[in-house]
Design a protein around this ligand. Structure first.
Ligand code: UTP
Length: 464
């Protein structure tokens, strides 16, 4: 069919007519597909995003006013009365069915170069259990520990949905009860080249990428899952990302501190090990907790020190949060106002001759919403510190990268589980690999509780 006039004039208005370059060579089904994609794009929104300038100036002004955030730090609270109280409150909330888990797994995992959704990546150092399995088993262990039900919500995206759904269905959600397990899909955004032109992935298809983990809020609202949580009496939503197998999923103390501080959004952080570490900086600006990305924080501010020589902006985000469901309900209508961030990525594209090009360097701008941009809207937002050795090691890169590869993460898991055993009085031989399944023990305390049954460990061992 010939191209509808409305379509070509729309694209003309926004300088995107190249999307119809191959129209006449397409079969009707392909034309329909392309037309549908074009009609789903908010071109006015895209025009505004492309026109945005002066963002750097905004960040340096914010950084100049920033202070460290209100924080529950490890040195103040480890083994304290407040910590015991937090554990008790968090455990009670789980037992009463007031806690849900949201796991985001919509990213394309482009740096890892794995041909399946990242959640399916085998990461158990001995068991080869996948990221999905490990995190699901941790949440199941917490539900069992406190005798409660934790509704589990997985966010996928069009590129990861079908395969994740099949994988989790075939594996019977690794034992998680069907009635308490939901999956929903986040939205997508087009990517543009350096001239602001929307990228074609195929002659009849626009390249679309997931719209960032901030898409979780709209996804929860549109799928009806936020309402379902409210109807079920869920008060606290534990949020985590699928690429961190060390995550202390549904950790009762984090939930408890969130409750004790009447916080609407609590975020777990690590102490940065160097000023320019590539993590979001959690700060407080004009009394509102927020995150300034490492790439947006001017270096002089990133290096600022306290009088004792410690880093002023010490708190690095690890993308683990607890939200009040009532807070998400209140801001659900505001989520359109979450800003888009730009990320430069390598994206294969169709050139003007119709050939597929695989670029060797970043050639595209993707637009993503970040969930942590909700922080300034939350009342009493606080941060809680966790030792990264105990709570954070994400799988990001393929070897031979110098960090965040599967080998680094497997070692971090084994090191942590070895430490749990040693602290419980078990002798572990040098150089052996240790892996502990959450059904055996989900934390240090549970290992200690089982200590009586353990012998010295002389060879690599999987405790399940
Ligand atoms: P990253 O931004 O690190 O993306 O997301 P990624 O997919 O893991 O890897 P790259 O950048 O393509 O190499 C961190 C986490 O947030 C989730 C991802 O699934 C990942 O667990 N995420 C990210 C989403 O769920 N949706 C998104 O749109 C982006």
């Amino acid at each position: 069919m010939s191209c509808p006039e409305s379509l070509s004039s729309l694209l003309n208005t926004y300088g995107q007519s190249h999307l119809l370059e191959f129209w006449d060579t397409l079969v009707p089904l392909q034309q329909q597909h392309l037309q549908g994609q074009i009609e789903s794009i908010d071109f006015e929104q895209l025009r505004c995003l492309l026109a945005q300038e002066g963002l750097e100036q905004l960040w340096s002004e914010k950084a100049a006013r920033a202070e460290p955030p209100p924080a529950i730090t490890l040195d103040r609270f480890r083994d304290s009365v407040a910590h015991s109280k937090a554990l008790e409150l968090g455990g009670e909330a789980i037992a009463a069915g007031k806690v849900a888990m949201v796991l985001t797994a919509g990213g394309q995992g482009s740096r890892l170069g794995f041909d399946h959704p990242k959640g399916m990546f085998p990461i158990g150092p001995l068991s080869q259990r996948s990221l999905y399995q490990i995190i699901i088993e941790k949440v199941a262990a917490r539900a069992k520990q406190f005798g409660g039900i934790i509704p589990f919500y997985v966010m996928t995206s069009p590129p990861t949905h079908n395969e994740s759904l099949n994988y989790l269905t075939q594996n019977k959600r690794f034992g998680y009860p069907d009635r308490d397990f939901r999956m929903f899909c986040q939205g997508v955004m087009p990517a543009v080249d350096s001239d602001g032109k929307i990228i074609l992935a195929e002659k009849h298809s626009i390249f679309q990428s997931p719209n960032g983990h901030g898409g979780a809020i709209a996804g929860l609202v549109e799928s009806g899952h936020l309402q379902e949580m409210l109807d079920r009496g869920v008060e606290h939503i534990f949020y985590g990302q699928v690429d961190n197998p060390l995550i202390q999923a549904c950790d009762p103390s984090l939930i408890g501190f969130h409750i004790m501080n009447e916080s609407e959004m609590t975020t777990q952080v690590i102490r940065k090990n160097e000023p320019l570490q590539k993590v979001g900086n959690v700060v407080s600006v004009d009394g509102n907790v927020q995150i300034i990305e490492y790439s947006d924080l001017p270096e002089e501010h990133a290096r600022a020190q306290n009088p004792d020589g410690s880093l002023k902006f010490w708190a690095g985000s690890i993308a683990v949060h607890v939200f009040n469901s009532s807070f998400l309900d209140r801001v659900r209508h505001d989520t359109d106002s979450l800003p888009f961030h730009r990320a430069q990525k390598q994206v294969p594209y169709i050139d003007r001759d119709g050939d597929l090009v695989r670029p060797e360097h970043a050639n595209a701008t993707k637009f993503e919403k970040f969930i942590f941009d909700l922080l300034p809207k939350a009342k009493n937002a606080i941060v809680c510190e966790v030792d990264p050795a105990e709570g954070f090691c994400a799988v990001k890169n393929a070897p031979p990268a110098s960090s965040e590869t599967p080998e680094h993460v497997k070692k971090a898991m084994s090191d942590l589980h070895r430490k749990w055993l040693e602290r419980a009085g078990v002798s572990v031989a040098e150089g052996v690999t240790i892996e502990i399944n959450p059904s055996f023990a989900v934390d240090q305390q549970q290992v200690v509780a089982r200590m009586g049954k353990m012998e010295d460990v002389v060879a690599s061992k999987y405790f399940d």
